[in-house]
Design a protein around this ligand. Structure first.
Ligand code: GLC
Length: 545
């Protein structure tokens, strides 16, 4: 369904994630920018998405590609200016695209003025805005806790006092350049409420909340134990923060949404974030990490819907983002799941198989009840770039793991738009700087230009699917009814009169009765649906009985 005038748009929207560094570079420095995005907004309107989410665009030393923010109320010069961001928001709205920004409240950059003031003196009041603690041991030389970072490695760094003596330690759940805020302090809360208003006043429609489950910490700083509750993930105290944010967004007209990045294994704990007075939606990482397997997928879909139902929140369906291995590559591997723990260099992938499955997964995720997310380049069928030379890698996850974890650069390679050779229209003709990460020569077949108009392409599949989704009252928010189907086949009905069938069995299966074939992810053999293929059908209501 089209969500243009719907204040509850976030329940049904197709949301496209832009990673600004890698989307489009207008000034030729090899790094994407807002001017580049503005030139390509019409492409997104043409793709048919309802909203665009921008990964962080704020001033940042880029120790974690912009997730280390030094000023929450401005734009990094590498991307453009605040005035350009305002124009971009207005232009998106004119094209019927809603705008979601990325807010990073768990931590800032070490270059943030508060942290700089905190470092300048052990007596600075700004120390209270972070987690400064003396070290353990007689000389304070041992870190305050042994908490392990999601990036791998330590979560504490020792400071040096202005007189050169070793000082206190500060907490950073991620990289040392990302000090964690102390959310027990009222000044931190007031500051972020003001930042929310700053951007809401500029017309943004939604906020993606980075590391949303990590803001509250146990102030007693206990050690993390394998079986006990985490001292820094999903503490109950975090919910009050989102209640106050919800009250703020509800003061604004038109339906402004809070969308959480909540990685939690427990569906009940996850759903707590989606209670009616907290966040509107959260990313479904269970689905993202799920194997390409009929039993696992059906269980994941059922568990997702069951968890969202009691809190009345819409489910979200996510296949990829800027932190995970692109799903064309994942789905071509023997193990099709995703987890950070299992990421390793050099796992073989059959990209043809992965692409076929990714096409079927697109029809699956775009027809499940709720909102769907598309990560830039997924609509072009891009794969993970796994041969970036070590000297060009940028991601702290790669460096902090000593190269054991390949990091996230492989899914962040600049998009191929046109032409036969890099930079594939990412940068303008004549640009001397190369794209900030190297693009594979084989992407010449995956440019937007090469795919446009080719009805077998991934791009045209996404365009067609999103257009049908917009026109189809059955799709978006709502319910799903499973249909009887052979082993290995997922078949469900969305009312009225819409059926999706995904074949994950190893052999072709007959299609259920239907009156019209709306769209298929690959060629059909008469009325047989080949393996790793999905189809959308017009059916009669009675099919469900
Ligand atoms: C989130 C972001 C990721 C970032 C991390 C620290 O997980 O998605 O890219 O590195 O938070 O801000």
């Amino acid at each position: 369904m089209s969500t243009a005038d719907d204040p509850r748009w976030w329940r049904s929207a197709v949301i496209y994630q832009i990673y600004p560094r890698s989307f489009a570079d207008a000034d030729g420095d090899g790094i994407g920018d807002l001017a580049g995005i503005r030139q390509r907004l019409a492409y997104l309107a043409g793709l048919g998405v309802d909203a665009v989410w921008f990964s962080p665009w704020y001033p940042s030393p880029m120790a974690d590609a912009g997730y280390d923010v030094s000023d929450y109320r401005d734009i990094d010069p590498v991307f453009g200016t605040l005035a350009e961001a305002e124009e971009l928001i207005a232009q998106a709205h004119r094209l019927g695209l809603r705008v979601i920004i990325d807010l990073v409240p768990n931590h800032c950059s070490e270059a943030h003025p508060w942290f700089q003031a905190a470092l300048a003196s052990p007596d600075a009041p700004e120390r209270e805005l972070f987690w400064f603690r003396p070290g353990r041991g007689p000389d304070g030389s041992q870190k305050p806790t042994d908490w392990v970072s999601p990036f791998g490695g330590d979560t504490w760094t020792r400071t040096t006092n202005p007189d050169g003596t070793p000082g206190d330690w500060y907490l950073h759940l991620f990289a040392p350049q990302q000090p964690d805020f102390n959310w027990d302090h009222p000044r931190v809360r007031a500051e972020f409420e003001d930042i929310l208003r700053f951007w809401l006043d500029r017309g943004i429609d939604g906020i993606r909340i980075d590391s949303a489950a990590m803001l509250a910490k146990d102030p007693a700083l206990p050690e993390a134990t394998p079986d006990g509750p985490s001292p820094f993930i999903d503490l109950d105290a975090v919910h009050e923060i989102y209640r106050s944010w919800r009250r703020i967004v509800e003061e604004y007209p038109g339906g402004r949404a809070l969308i959480g990045e909540v990685w939690l294994p427990d569906q009940q704990r996850f759903a707590n974030y989606l209670r009616p007075d907290e966040l509107h939606a959260a990313f479904n990482f269970d689905f993202l990490g799920c194997a390409w397997d009929p039993v696992a997928l059906r269980a994941c879909i059922d568990a997702t819907l069951a968890a969202h139902l009691p809190v009345g929140a819409p489910a979200t369906w996510v296949l990829s983002n800027h932190d995970v291995t692109r799903h064309v590559t994942r789905y071509g591997r023997e193990d099709t799941t995703f987890s950070f723990a299992a990421k390793r260099e050099g796992i073989p992938s059959d990209l043809e198989l992965g692409t076929r499955r990714a096409r079927a997964a697109a029809l699956l995720s775009l027809s499940l009840p709720g909102a769907a997310y598309v990560y830039q380049g997924e609509e072009l069928g891009l794969w993970e770039v796994e041969d970036i030379p070590p000297e060009l890698r940028q991601d702290p996850m790669y460096f902090r793991s000593g190269g054991v974890d390949p990091g996230r650069d492989g899914c962040r390679v600049p998009l191929p738009w046109s032409g036969e050779t890099p930079p594939f229209g990412f940068s303008p003709d004549g640009a001397t700087a190369r794209p900030w990460l190297p693009q594979p020569a084989d992407w010449k077949d995956r440019t937007a230009e090469a795919q446009a108009g080719d009805e077998r392409s991934m791009l045209e599949l996404y365009r067609a699917a999103i257009a049908i989704r917009r026109a189809e009252p059955a799709l978006g928010d709502g319910e799903l009814t499973w249909l009887p189907a052979p082993d290995g086949v997922l078949a469900y009905q969305r009312s009225p009169r819409f059926t999706c069938v995904v074949n994950l069995a190893g052999a072709p299966v007959p299609l259920p009765p239907h009156t019209e074939r709306l769209l298929a992810s690959g060629p059909l053999d008469d009325d047989l649906l080949p393996p790793d293929t999905a189809v959308w059908l017009r059916t009669t209501e009675t099919t469900a009985t």
